[in-house]
Design a protein around this ligand. Structure first.
Ligand code: AHR
Length: 498
């Protein structure tokens, strides 16, 4: 059997584990909000119409922040439609997803839901069909305590105290030709700058995120970041990155190493931001908000919005059913995000419920967990303290896109006398033994592995437990050497204590 070696040393830190790495995303899209978060007639609905079965799973998932309300949706959204008496709210066409938006859930409902879920809200403003004035109105509604028009409207509608939202996205995917109000980098750089400058006049302490590229494969990738950051440098804190992965014609093995793309994406955005810093002779560091990432089979039927005269409310859209292989890729993407904790300051898995989501909620029925739920929940629960630099030497995979890459990928975190190692075996066929040199005096805690002999096994409403992480009995600790066998296409976690 092949062996991979790695060393865990609590002295070699990359940076702190950031709770914001475990963010998620709620968009007005398909059944994410309606019959996902909000279903007043559901047997588990609370006094606000929120599904408490979903709230329980959101807590179990360990989500830290939730980005809202889009996504492509935000670029046509009039936020005022979603506040005030529900019966007075207009229905609107949602052009992004060819759906009817009832507006029975809006900013106040989201803030109430976020408080119950115990998550930090991250808001996005519409820089597609709207601009500086409407962004300022929404900020005033959310963050100004009292006295002004919109602050008083909020007090009258829903909340005496301001929501004090810190993180704001300046639009969404403005580099994409599909985006309502799509812009060139120069155009977007200008409006992002002016919006940010004005928003800081209300609240100088906001953390503002400029739109970066919708993927590393965008033709404008790199030049977009350079142009936008050159313009907006003094006014923003982070630049966004979005990436979705799915199995393409190149096959399963190639899909399994998707995190190589995320690594390169992060490194290249950071390098571009640092190039702008150098040109400006600035010591400022721009962080990355990886505020959309996941596996998403974009070319399959569930992702096709309705057409023609059909504008349904909350249709089934993007309800991808995830396999074991998808869960391994998701676990690996989380390893990549953690490994870059010095540069990735915030991240949001897209999305939270029903829409390319770890949590599924049947209308009027039960909830169930997708395979991708497990690596997210366990990483969020056990990544603590500092992220450690881990070097891996072991069997390799020849990737047509990324060249020769390690079959095992891993990251470790350490807090006080406790550590956790997160691992994936990305090899399609081979079990690999991993030998980890750990600090002296460690005891082995739990060792869990997510695997199935059929990597295409998918959870369903009938069975979401056949593939759950199980104890990996091969794990042993002999002195300072931890040994564990990782089956092909698997995600694992081992815990240590001194
Ligand atoms: O998450 C689904 C969509 O993906 C979002 O609306 C958009 O921002 C991205 O293209």
């Amino acid at each position: 059997m092949d062996t991979a070696r790695l060393v865990i040393n609590p002295d070699f830190t990359v940076g702190p584990v950031r709770r914001r790495t475990f963010g998620s995303f709620v968009e007005h899209l398909g059944r994410c909000v309606y019959t996902g978060l909000h279903e007043p007639d559901h047997p588990t609905a609370d006094e606000d119409g929120f599904r408490t079965d979903v709230l329980d799973l959101v807590k179990e998932l360990g989500v830290s922040t939730v980005r809202y309300p889009g996504g492509n949706f935000v670029s046509g959204y009039r936020w005022e439609d979603g506040v005030g008496p529900v019966d007075d709210r207009p229905q609107r066409l949602d052009l992004a997803w060819h759906s009817m938006e009832p507006n029975t859930f809006g900013t106040d409902e989201f803030m109430a839901w976020a408080a119950k879920a115990g998550v930090e809200p991250m808001m996005a403003v519409n820089l597609g069909t709207r601009g500086v004035a409407e962004a300022l109105d929404l900020l005033e509604y959310c963050n100004v305590p009292a006295g002004s028009h919109w602050a008083e409207q909020r007090r009258m509608n829903a909340a005496a105290d301001p929501y004090r939202v810190t993180m704001w996205c300046l639009g969404n995917e403005m580099d994409g030709p599909w985006q309502i109000g799509h812009k060139t980098a120069q155009e977007y750089g200008r409006i992002a700058t002016e919006t940010a400058r004005a928003m800081r006049m209300i609240d100088p302490d906001l953390e503002l995120v400029a739109c970066g590229s919708s993927s590393r494969s965008m033709p404008t990738f790199g030049e977009w970041e350079r142009t936008v950051l050159t313009e907006a440098w003094d006014h923003v804190d982070m630049i966004s990155a979005h990436a979705y992965y799915w199995e393409k014609e190149a096959g399963l093995q190639e899909f399994l190493v998707s995190a190589e793309d995320m690594d390169r994406f992060i490194n290249q955005v950071a390098a571009t931001a640092d190039t702008v810093a150098a040109a400006r002779k600035s010591d400022k560091m721009i962080g990355i908000s990886f505020d959309e990432w996941n596996v998403w089979y974009q070319d399959r039927t569930p992702s096709k919005p309705p057409t023609g005269d059909d504008w349904p409310v909350a249709p089934r859209l993007l309800e991808d059913n995830y396999s074991v292989a998808d869960a391994v890729v998701v676990g690996n993407l989380m390893i990549s995000l953690l490994r870059h904790t010095d540069r990735v300051w915030s991240a949001s898995q897209a999305q939270l419920v029903n829409v390319i989501a770890p949590i599924m909620a049947e209308p009027g029925g039960p909830t169930w967990k997708q395979t991708i739920f497990h690596p997210f929940a366990l990483t969020s629960a056990h990544a603590r303290g500092d992220v450690l630099r881990v070097v891996i030497d072991g069997p390799t995979i020849d990737s047509s896109e990324f060249g020769t890459v390690q079959a095992i990928d891993a990251v470790a975190t350490w807090e006080d006398d406790e550590g956790t190692v997160f691992l994936v075996n990305r090899h399609e066929t081979d079990t690999i033994t991993v030998s980890i040199e750990v600090p002296a005096g460690c005891r082995l805690g739990e060792a869990l592995t997510l695997h199935h002999d059929d990597p295409r096994w998918q959870a369903s409403v009938e069975d979401d437990t056949t593939v759950a992480p199980r104890p990996n009995d091969s794990a042993t600790l002999d002195g300072q050497t931890l040994t564990i066998d990782l089956p092909p296409i698997s995600w694992s976690m081992t815990r240590l204590a001194r």
